[in-house]
Design a protein around this ligand. Sequence first.
Ligand SMILES: *Cc1c(COP(=O)(O)O)cnc(C)c1O
Length: 607
Amino acid sequence: MPFTLAAVRDRAKRPDPPPGRDMLDACFLGPYGENDSLLEKMVVEFLRDHVFWRRNFHPDDPPAISTRASQQPGYQAFEARMRRELHALSAALKKSVPFHSPRYIGHMASDLLLPGLAAQMLTLPYNPNNVSDDAAPVTVEMEVRAGLQLARMLGYPDDPAREDCAFGHLTSGGTLANYQALRLALALKAFPVALRAARVPDIDVPRNDWQAFNTGPAGAIALLDRWQRWLATQPSARRRHWQSRVEEQRIETLGLTGFFARHPELSPPCVLAPITAHYSWSKGMKLLGLGSAQLELLPGCGMRLDADALDDAVERCRHQRQPILMAVAVLGTTEYGTIDPVDRVVAARDAAQARGLGFSVHVDGAWGGYLATLFRNADGSLRSREEVSAGFRHFPRPEVHAAFAALGATDSVTVDPHKLGYLPYGAGAFICRDHRAMALLAENADYVFDGESAGDYMARYRRLGQFIPEGSKPGASAAAVYVTHRVLPLDHANFGLLPRQTVLAAEAFHARALRFAAELADVVHACVPFAPDSNLVCLALNPAGNSDVRTANAFVRRLHEELRCDPSRPLQVKEFFGSITTLRPQFAGDGDLQHLHTAEARTGQLR
Ligand SMILES: *Cc1c(COP(=O)(O)O)cnc(C)c1O
């Protein structure tokens, strides 16, 4: 049966019962390869299935490669060379980081979910290219569906029949998803200015450039919607005329220099982000041409954004007439897994909007996005803090619950399926709350969709390459994400069982770390400097009695030597694997630093 919306709806009518706790045993290949036969069976079955498909494509076509070809010397030489190189590769790969092992407690990667791994392997030989449904008739729709699955997890509208439905797509990773967020926010910010400059009749626009530039994301989408509806009523010649008039005024056409030269009352907007922001934000600012100097990093408290500092920064921008493009909240910092107060960032946006300063709110949930499954029921509704907290010691703190509860009110989110989604690399995701904004990113200016496809959500995103930063991209990733979310729907009773285990493990690890600190108090001063909000636990270590920060750093670096992957030595000589991070004093609040008993220089920390 073809992969159609109707078929999906049909299947959705008979949901499977939730799999329960023991399903976890079947999720991964396992540290010992425990589920090898499960994976092997699937790989062989679907490889045969693929070959069957080729053979039966036009069964009357004769084979193009002779059945005797394998006896030819050239064939055999090629096979020998290929085998030699593959053996060399397989041997070299044994030095890889053992992400699958419980001995690995370093960076964020882990074992891969079997449904995703199998879906990816199964799809590879078909080689779909998700740039457009011409090259990927099956997996483009899966990608758009995966975007809707993530939207539901976040509390965004996920019914494509709604005109304000969310939209999400996959990217190579969180870095590109963050870049896409910047691009969309800039498009929305500048569009009302362009519309004003084009002097379109019949459409009410803000009174001046400053107001237009500060319309805010919701207002800009409403304006865009009005403009598109108006266009649709125009005869085609007039429509083309007005469309190109507006295109000429857009920041995407003029470039930053041209745009701000035409609007001297405006200056390039800044981005407000917490000091913990991932370096992809600096990259994105450079790529967009705004420059990393326009990225203002706000102080934190315990590695969480200080919402009062955000309020102050917004107020200062308003006084200085400095436009703001967006405020970023991090949902699960890369180093400490701490959760920013998303609810306070949303409140800051709404308060500023009321005072004439509009900006977007983006949540960088590359790490922690999938934790949202813990907060969702199967029907998409939010679970109370009491419900979520059952079985945990501390999780979620009230602030953490408030942050997750506020996700639905943000403008866009980054989530990395290749992190807490336990899927192969090359899978990040960008999701925006109202898909209508995406029209501004369309490479083909003809973003009014005429005729029968008008209003059809799936048809609109068939040519995905129009909207995304990449061009050609792997449909196999989309299949992996979509199928995994079908096997494990993104609610607490299904996918949520995975983050539940990892948060439980982190709580146990945290408790053990505190006991470890007490047991070894006369050898080393150990502490958990920032109480974890999620599933990353960081330890700070200092030899007992030492007050010299250089000695402390040397100690931690030596320990890290013991715990890092060293390509020149066999992995097996290492008992455990860990990673290290550096805390710069200017990144931590005063209280945080005192807590660490360190003075000025940097503190090495072992995670
Ligand atoms: C990992 C991460 C990124 C970057 O994502 P990539 O997938 O590595 O491109 C961005 N932000 C946060 C918070 C991250 O943890």
